[in-house]
Design a protein around this ligand. Structure first.
Ligand SMILES: Nc1nc2c(c(=O)[nH]1)N[C@H]1C(S)=C(S)[C@@H](COP(=O)(O)O)O[C@H]1N2
Ligand SMILES: [Mo]
Length: 433
């Protein structure tokens, strides 16, 4: 836009000067850009993004910040109201984290289309017209910057590509708060416009309007509509189909990582998770996160000399035969990774609550599990130790655990984030306070 109705508060001669000095910025000409398309895409994001935000924050809680289990540990003012993450339903984290990653990926084409639809505003001239408008542009910078940052860090993380050289969790968590603040401000400012924009055309009629009958929106001063629109090369329904098709394609390429089994092969965005331990179709044939080889544990460490150390009121050591002689319990439980993939298997072993009783702490306040792997450690809440399906698993699907899945013993707890289902367990410490 090269003229302002009243110069936006600039003295008139100055305004004319600035307006005439417009540098050779691109002139966007798509006739599809306008309040209707931007509003429709915005309302889709308004429905979907809160789910991504809430499930992301829930993942932070599920990691157990109260037991020092969350990353980043010290979040200063950004701490959430923390509660003990439940163990029921056992697929709770599988659902919340599957939604966080899955829906987050599915919405990427919608976010990109929304950015495409508003890009002329980035090149508005003059760049700043008033204090209020400068403030609004600043929130937009934070909004766009943070959502792109969250998408890029999130996608790199699920591909195990730590190219960014800083801690993923701290960055993604801080970015989430920037996004949340900017998103709330943006919705508060724009919701009335979005509702009006979406009502400016009938969706049903647009879905029946072919390319030949596609006309530009009327210029409403929103800065979205092209001043000199080019002839359309695509109808609005075509644009929606393109975005929807992109979202469906991403959904199709993602769903397999949590639906699992036969369709896991279609999960093209699933990284190393496609590696499986053991024979094809065998009991240990399901995704492996860190392999035994990558854990740097020696074969001797998991050989006949392996002992489980239990500490609590007293100390105890059990070898694998002694563990296998205790009452065994089988439960079908998911391993649900923060990266969005999950797999449900039948695990057998000793109940954690039986081990707590053996250690002389039948009512533990918490427990700390340590692995043979250097630095691998996880804390469990009382509820997670006492759930009747919480196991120190020795076997999976009727066979001994493969080394890649944590032989000699691993923790599996219903609804616990996969990262805390410690493999190659060395010790469990049951704490009474
Ligand atoms: N000792 C140890 N335990 C671990 C891990 C690890 O790297 N080291 N990875 C965790 C993560 S992030 C997940 S998702 C699950 C995956 O279990 P799986 O490899 O048997 O599928 O193991 C968890 N247990
Ligand atoms: Mo994980």
């Amino acid at each position: 836009m090269t003229s302002g109705p009243d110069g936006y508060g600039f003295p008139a001669p100055l305004w004319r000067l600035i307006a005439r000095r417009r540098p050779p910025l691109p002139r966007w000409r798509s006739p599809l850009r306008g309040p209707w398309l931007t509003s429709v895409l915005g309302l889709v994001l308004l429905a979907g993004l809160p789910v991504v935000i809430v499930t992301g924050l829930l993942s932070y809680v599920a990691y157990g910040p109260q037991l020092g289990g969350a990353i980043p540990g010290d979040v200063g003012l950004l701490h959430l109201p923390v509660f003990d993450w439940p163990t029921r339903p056992s697929w709770l984290y599988r659902l919340t984290q599957g939604l966080h990653v899955g829906l987050g990926l599915v919405l990427v084409p919608v976010v990109l289309a929304k950015l495409w639809s508003v890009v002329p505003k980035l090149f508005a001239w003059p760049p700043v017209r008033s204090l209020a408008q400068a403030a609004e542009r600043l929130t937009l910078l934070l909004l766009v910057g943070s959502i792109l940052f969250e998408i890029v860090t999130g996608v790199l993380n699920i591909q195990y590509d730590y190219a960014f050289g800083f801690g993923f969790y701290a960055a993604h968590y801080a970015g989430a708060w920037v996004f949340l603040g900017a998103f709330v401000a943006h919705v508060a400012l724009k919701l009335p416009h979005a509702l009006r924009g979406a009502r400016s055309r009938s969706l049903r009629r647009e879905l029946r309007t072919p390319l030949a009958a596609t006309t530009p929106d009327a210029d409403d001063g929103s800065g979205l509509v092209a001043e000199h629109p080019a002839p359309p090369t695509m109808s609005r329904r075509g644009a929606l189909a393109l975005v929807g098709g992109g979202a469906l394609l991403v959904a199709g390429l993602t769903a397999g990582q949590t639906v699992g089994d036969a369709v896991r092969g279609t999960a093209f965005l699933l990284p190393r998770g496609r590696t499986t331990a053991g024979a094809d179709g065998g009991p240990n044939d399901f995704p492996v996160n860190k392999t035994f080889a990558a854990s740097r544990i020696t074969v001797a460490d998991v050989g006949p000399s392996w002992r489980l150390q239990l500490t609590g009121a007293g100390g105890r050591e059990l070898d694998r035969a002694a563990l296998a002689a205790l009452e065994q319990h089988t439960a079908r439980l998911p391993i649900a990774c923060v990266e969005g993939w999950s797999t449900t298997e039948a695990w057998s072993g000793v109940r954690l609550r039986d081990l707590a009783a053996l250690a002389g702490v039948p009512e533990p306040a918490s427990a700390v599990v340590r692995s043979l792997e250097d630095g691998a450690r996880a804390a469990l809440t009382a509820g997670q130790v006492l759930d009747p399906d919480s196991l120190l698993a020795l076997r999976v699907n009727g066979a001994d655990l493969a080394p890649d899945h944590g032989f000699p013993a691993r923790v599996v707890v219903p609804a616990l984030p996969g990262v805390h289902c410690t493999k190659w367990v060395r010790s469990i410490e049951f704490r009474s306070i």
